[in-house]
Design a protein around this ligand. Sequence first.
Ligand code: SAH
Ligand code: DHB
Ligand code: MG
Length: 223
Amino acid sequence: MSESQTWDAVDAYFTGHLSPDDEALQAALRDSEAAGLPPVSVTPAQGKLLHLLARVQGARTVLEIGTLGGYSTIWLARALPSDGRLISLEYSARHAEVATRNIARAGLDRIVEVRVGPALESLPQLADENPPPFDLVFVDADKANNAHYVAWALKLTSAGSLIVIDNVVRGGRVADGDSGEPDVRGSRAAIELIGAHPRLDGTAIQTVGAKGYDGFALARVLA
Ligand code: SAH
Ligand code: DHB
Ligand code: MG
């Protein structure tokens, strides 16, 4: 077995016991693929991690940046109480349309709102509405803007909130300080902001699995 076949087998074993797909999750992936969306949703094991983090937070409100077909959205929204609220920001109207159908089929349309547009335009509009602080923010959109998203997340959260950023490792390229890749530069800027910011306490964890080698950053918002 190659290394990546081993990662797949282990992910399949864990997922079978700990985060099995149900009809709504399977249908969300199937319809996303049929609509030609890129196959970059979080894995079931990662979706379950997001779900558990939201539960541990006792989250009532979640902000997601980067909806795609709503697969991670469903895992997160299922952690919320029936009067909870998840706002997910998505650049592509086509992705948002697929996601909206997937979310409705999962019975989560009363909790979830997908807002279409570049997140850096949606975020100031959202801030103008003075929403209650978000208990968890999941950053998973254009990685080049990751530090901007962390800065916005800080404005939209309060002490005890959790910020999670996907894809901060990118096959290890995050360690290359000379990289000209916008995604790598954006994720490095986010890591360095978390490290330097007095209101953030964080870490980053490398992962392998069905999506290869990547990782998450996590940051807790302080006072
Ligand atoms: N969170 C999803 C995957 C998101 S993929 C899941 O795990 O299921 C990244 C998404 O971010 C894509 O749908 C892409 O269209 C969106 N995106 C890219 N640039 C964006 C921007 N500037 N603002 C908002 N969304 C953006
Ligand atoms: C990719 C992976 C992701 O998790 C994502 O959010 C965007 C892109 C990728 O592998 O290209
Ligand atoms: Mg991602």
